[in-house]
Design a protein around this ligand. Sequence first.
Ligand SMILES: NC(=O)C1=CN([C@@H]2O[C@H](COP(=O)(O)OP(=O)(O)OC[C@H]3O[C@@H](n4cnc5c(N)ncnc54)[C@H](OP(=O)(O)O)[C@@H]3O)[C@@H](O)[C@H]2O)C=CC1
Ligand SMILES: O=C(O)[C@@H]1CCC=N1
Length: 270
Amino acid sequence: MTQKVAVLGAGKIGEALLSGMIRGGWHPSHLLVTARREERAEELHVRYGVECVTNADAAKNADTLILTVKPQDMSTLLDQLAPHVPADRLVVSGAAGTPTTYIEERLTSGTPVVRVMTNTPALVDQGMSVISAGTHADESHLARTEEIFGGVGKTLRVPESQQDAATALSGSGPAYFFYLVEAMTDAGILLGLPRDKAHDLIVQAAIGASQMLRDSGEHPVTLRENVTSPAGTTINAIRELENHGVRAAFLAAIEAARDRSRELGSADAK
Ligand SMILES: NC(=O)C1=CN([C@@H]2O[C@H](COP(=O)(O)OP(=O)(O)OC[C@H]3O[C@@H](n4cnc5c(N)ncnc54)[C@H](OP(=O)(O)O)[C@@H]3O)[C@@H](O)[C@H]2O)C=CC1
Ligand SMILES: O=C(O)[C@@H]1CCC=N1
C-alpha cells in the first residue's frame, strides 16, 4: 500500500521537500500539505496539485507527518496536532534545535519521532539531511525517513547529541558559502571588474572547487597547495586571510550557530 506523507507548515524547507518528492515521482494524491495562511495554501495547490488540509486532517489521514515550521511555532503546531495523532504515525521534525523528547512528550505516548536537519540545496536535489531517531523510532522509521529525504540529496545518520553541531555545519552551511561568494564578488568590484563578470568568475570557481572536493579524493589542504605557487599570487591572499583571522572567525561563527541551536532546543528560548 502506498503511504501518504503530509508536510506541515510548508514554507521554504517544506516546499523544497515537496517539490523534490514530486520531481522524484511521488504522485500529488499521496501528498498533503498544511499552511498557516489561505493564500499560501492556494499557492501550493496551484503549483503542485497537492491538497492543502488542516493540521488535524493531515494527522488523521497521512502515515508520515513532516513538521517544517520554525522552532518558535512548534509548540502551537503540536497543540493543534496532539489530539489527532494516533501512535502509529511517524512524526519527522525538520526544526532546528528542537529535541525529539520535546515532541514525544506532547504527542500520544509511544509515537515514533525522527529528527532531520536538511538544507536548501534540497531544492536542486543536492541537499544533506542529517537524521536521528527519537526514543520510539526504529529501523523502519529511519529507513522511511531516508527514503523521503534521500530523494532530494544525501542522508546521514548521527546520534541526536550531534544534531546541534550538524545544524551549525550543514543546515546553515550553504549560507556561509553564499556569504563568501558575496564577499569575493565585492573584491572583484574593488579590483574594477563589472559585478556580473565578477559573479560569474566566482560562481564557476565555487562549482569547480566543489566538484574537486567531492570527486578528486584529495584532501582540501592538497587541493589548496596545488593552487598556491611559490612566490605567487595565492600565498599573498592566504597571508591576508590568516592575518585577518578568517579561520578563527569560522570556528567562532559555527560554534555560535551550534549554541543557538542548543538555545532553540530549550522551550524558554523559543
Ligand atoms: N531555511 C533553511 O535553510 C533551513 C531551515 N530548517 C528548519 O526548517 C524549518 C522551516 O524553516 P523555513 O522553511 O526556513 O521557514 P518558513 O518560515 O519559510 O516555513 C515555515 C512555514 O510554516 C508555516 N506555519 C507556521 N505555523 C504553522 C502552523 N501552525 N500550521 C501550518 N503552517 C504553519 C509558516 O507560515 P507563515 O508563512 O504564515 O509564516 C511558514 O510558511 C525551521 O524549523 C528551520 O529550523 C532546517 C534546515 C535549513
Ligand atoms: O537559521 C536557521 O535557524 C535555520 C536552521 C538551519 C538553517 N536555517
